[in-house]
Structures are given as structure tokens and as C-alpha cells.
Design a protein around this ligand. Structure first.
Ligand code: NDP
Length: 450
């Protein structure tokens, strides 16, 4: 089958799933040179097989809110690929969660996990439950009801979920407690656990830190660095917070952060003190980003949820780090970034840049890295947490951070080498997709038609 025929098949099989089709299209087009060089992969239909989840579970989650009203949500787990290791990927709790979003995330996760060099397959899950505005007690009740069903389908050697949007340390704690109670066993079935009960140092920081390590590698390739660079960051959750922290460590200036209501522009840049305020605001008080602007007297811009152009991406800067959600950088945003002389766009979120926007950035010579490469530090450190759990050991902060630095460097080199080998030197998108694809394809070929 040719690439357009595979895409047609995906569209026919998955109608009304725009996010999954978008992720599939990006991969199908960019891995095609590898399939042309290896016709045997075409006859084994490896790409078509990767595009079909090995298993997908959908289940009802019923729980009682604080007023004793019955609430009904939908839960999912997509077990996409186990070719190179147990299914691995986060859980997302957000009203926008549906099969299309989770299948795109699980599909991307296959290649990301392969790039880390740690044996992990691809998966993703979550629910349309919205933790925003819920009491701690309601979040706990929901997590227990969700795990009541999910526990039947996961295991520390089979499928190891982690956090994602709406699932942080609090939720992982409640989910882990529920699993332990149901299964009567203490195992590393989830990652992102707390220190003192199986968690790994640096896991919390890993996605944001890894993102900036990756961008630093890209800049160093051009004999440049983050030092002195003005950086745009979107989001204000886990990934955004630690991206900002590492930008500060490396001498850059992070000037923006956002949530689903709007964004702040602090031209003086974040300091560690200001960042601690943001962390407390978002992680403990669960407030809105506008409070930051009120506290530090900087600009706040409310955002219409249906905005076509995001003014955050029209601020003059050197580097852009989208760290909120999918499709948050449109073609018009990409034009604005290019017009303002952006040098790097490195994805912290999963698929935050539309296909049209990616084309504009690459054509205009911007150093662009896809999330499956630049945000892989999170899942890589989850892999390190799994290793520590298996071995019954605990590594120091310095040890885990050094491993993370090494893994991001290795992913960067792997992307560059694959891009060069397949005739697209410097193209991180092609490099990441081909390198990830080949690793999984080789494993699938060895394991037969299963
Ligand atoms: P968090 O829930 O901690 O933070 C998400 C941030 O994005 C919040 O600021 C949230 O605002 C904002 N946001 C979420 N949805 C939307 C939306 N529809 N429109 C505008 N803003 C939105 O999530 P993470 O930081 O963990 O995840 C961010 C991204 O990074 C996601 O794409 C995730 O898949 C990806 N990622 C995360 C990893 C991790 O280790 N956590 C690993 C790899 C990728 P608000 O507070 O208003 O909801």
C-alpha cells in the first residue's frame, strides 16, 4: 500500500477522529522513505499494524460527589503497542478526552518510548472527568472508582500508567492507593509516585528539564545556547513549570506562561521566586494565572477559547516552548513566530503544532523538534523509576539527572543520524519518526505476525 492509501484506510476506519488522523498523517509521510528502503516492512504491513491499537478498553466510572449526587464519567485505556516492552503512557483527566485524543497520544507514545532506549511499549488512558473545581475528596472518590475498573487491565509487567494533563502527584497517590487495596500488592504499577513510596527523584521535573536539555543540544549543534535567550512558554502545569526552571538555570529569560483562560507576559522574566509563586498557585491553591499578573504587576491577556491566533506567539523572542496541549500553535501563529525571528520551537506538549505550522517553521529554517523527541525525558525518567522499583533501589538526584541529560543527548543524536541517513539532514521530525519506527518495526518483524 502507498502512503495515501494507508491514510485513506486510517480515515475510513477512524471517522470523527481528527487528532488521531493528524498524528497518523504526520508519521505516515515522514517514515515513508524508510519503508521504501525496506519493502519487506511494507509486505508485513508493519505501519498499518502500528496504527491499530492492540487493545482498547472503555468503561463506565460511577461515583458520588460531595452532595451525594451520582456522577457518571467515561474511562479509557488504549494499549497501543507492546512490541518492545510493557505498555507505558500517561493518564489524562480533562473534559476533552475521547478515543481520538487518546489514540493519537498512544500512537505518538510508541515512537517516543522507542527513542528513549528503554524497553517500553506505547499506551495512554484517561477520562473526561474534570478535576477543576472538584474538592480533594471528590478527586479521591473519582480516582478510586476509575481504578476499580482499570486495575483489571494493568500490572507492573504489563501496563504502567503515569500522569498527564489533570493527573499529577495527588491523583497518582489516590490511584496507587486504590490499586494496592484492590490487588493486595505493593508494586511499581504507576510512575510519578511520591518520594518514600517508590517514586524517583527528578521524575516531577523530567519532562520540562528534558525539553530544555534537548533545545540546548539543538542550539549547541549551531554553536549557540539558551544563555541570554528570550523564551516563550505556554501552559503553567508540570511541563511548563520545570521548563521555566531549567531556562532560568541555563541563563535564559522565560517571559510568558498560560492557562486555559489566558496568559501572562512578564518582560522582566521569571526568577526562581516568581516561579515558586506560580508552582504554589497552580499545584497547591489551584488558582488561575491571572493572579500572577496581579501579584507581579505584569501584562495579562484573556484568551477566547476559540481564538484563531494566539497573541502569546506574537511576542518577540528567540525560543518557543509550547507546553499546554495539542494544536495550540496554528499556521498563523507560526507566521508570527517566523516574522519575529524565532530560532527554535521545541515541543513540550504532545502535538501542540499543527501540520501546516510545522511545515512553515521547517521551511523557514527554524530549529523545530517534535514532542516525541523533546518531551521524552518524562517517560524516560518513568522508565528509570520502573528500573529502581524492579531493583529495589533508589538513585540520588544527581544520578537520575545525569542519566536524563545522557538520554536527551542520545535522542538528539539519534534523530540527527536518522534524518541524515534518509536524506533530510537537520530535520528532527523525520529523524524522530524514522528512528522510532525502525526500532519498533524490527521487533515486530522478529516476533512474527501476532
Ligand atoms: P498539567 O495538567 O500539569 O498542565 C496543563 C497546562 O496546560 C495547564 O496550564 C492547563 O491550563 C493548560 N491547558 C490544558 N488544556 C488546555 C486547553 N485545552 N487550552 C489551553 N490550555 C490548556 O499537564 P502537563 O504539564 O503534565 O502536560 C502538558 C502537556 O505536556 C500535555 O500535552 C501532555 O500530554 C504533555 N506531556 C506531559 C508529560 C508529563 O510528564 N507530565 C510528559 C510528556 C508530555 P488549566 O490549568 O487552565 O487547565
Amino acid at each position: 500500500m502507498k502512503p495515501d492509501e494507508i491514510l485513506e484506510l486510517v480515515k475510513k476506519r477512524n471517522p470523527n477522529e481528527p487528532e488521531f488522523i493528524q498524528a497518523a498523517e504526520e508519521v505516515i509521510i515522514s517514515v515513508w522513505p524508510a519503508l521504501e528502503r525496506h519493502p519487506e516492512y511494507q509486505s508485513l504491513r508493519l505501519l498499518e499494524r502500528m496504527l491499530e491499537p492492540e487493545r482498547m478498553i472503555s468503561f463506565r466510572v460511577t461515583w458520588l460527589d460531595d452532595n451525594n449526587n451520582v456522577q457518571v464519567n467515561r474511562g479509557y485505556r488504549v494499549q497501543m503497542s507492546s512490541a518492545i516492552g510493557p505498555y507505558k503512557g500517561g493518564l489524562r483527566f480533562h473534559p476533552s478526552v475521547n478515543p481520538s485524543v487518546l489514540k493519537f497520544l498512544a500512537f505518538e507514545q510508541i515512537f517516543k518510548n522507542a527513542l528513549t532506549g528503554i524497553p517500553m511499549g506505547g499506551g495512554k488512558g484517561g477520562s473526561d472527568f474534570d478535576p477543576k473545581g472538584k474538592s480533594d475528596h471528590e478527586v479521591m472518590k473519582f480516582c478510586q472508582a476509575f481504578m476499580g475498573e482499570l486495575a483489571r487491565h494493568i500490572h507492573h509487567r504489563l501496563d504502567v500508567p503515569a500522569g498527564d494533563i489533570g493527573v499529577g502527584g495527588r491523583e497518582i497517590g489516590y490511584l496507587f492507593g486504590a490499586y494496592k487495596k484492590i490487588k493486595n500488592e505493593f508494586t511499581g504499577v504507576l510512575t510519578g509516585k511520591g518520594m518514600g513510596w517508590g517514586g524517583s527523584l527528578i521524575r516531577n521535573e523530567a519532562t520540562g528539564y528534558g525539553l530544555i536539555y534537548f533545545a540546548e543540544n539543538m542550539l549547541q549543534e549551531k554553536k549557540d545556547s539558551i544563555k541570554g535567550k528570550t523564551c516563550l512558554v505556554s501552559g503553567s502545569g508540570n511541563v511548563a513549570q520545570y521548563a521555566i526552571e531549567k531556562i532560568i538555570h541555563l541563563g535564559g529569560r522565560a517571559v510568558t506562561a498560560s492557562d486555559s483562560n489566558g496568559f501572562i507576559y512578564d518582560a522582566a522574566g521569571f526568577t526562581q521566586d516568581k516561579l515558586e509563586f506560580l508552582k504554589d498557585l497552580k499545584n497547591n491553591r489551584r488558582g488561575r494565572i491571572k493572579e500572577y499578573a496581579d501579584r507581579y504587576q505584569c501584562e495579562y491577556h484573556a484568551l477566547d477559547p476559540n481564538h484563531e491566533v494566539n497573541p502569546l506567539w506574537n511576542i518577540k523572542a528567540d525560543c518557543a516552548f509550547p507546553c499546554a496541549t495539542q494544536n495550540e500553535v496554528s499556521a498563523k501563529d507560526a507566521h508570527n513566530l517566523v516574522k519575529n525571528g524565532i530560532k527554535v520551537l521545541s515541543e513540550g506538549a504532545n502535538m501542540p503544532t499543527t501540520i501546516e505550522a510545522i511545515t512553515i517553521l521547517i521551511d523557514q529554517g527554524v530549529l523545530y523538534s517534535p514532542g516525541k523527541a523533546s518531551n521524552a525525558g518524562g517517560v524516560a525518567t518513568s522508565g528509570l523509576e520502573m528500573m529502581q522499583n524492579y531493583m529495589g533501589t533508589f538513585w540520588t538526584r544527581e544520578e537520575v539527572d545525569a542519566k536524563l541529560v545522557g538520554i536527551m543527548k542520545n535522542i538528539h543524536q539519534t534523530c540527527l543520524a536518522a534524518a541524515k541517513e534518509y536524506g533530510k539532514p537537520g530535520n528532527y521530525l523525520v529523524g524522530a519518526n524514522i528512528a522510532g519506527f525502525l526500532k519498533v518495526a524490527n521487533a515486530m518483524r522478529a516476533q512474527g505476525v501476532v
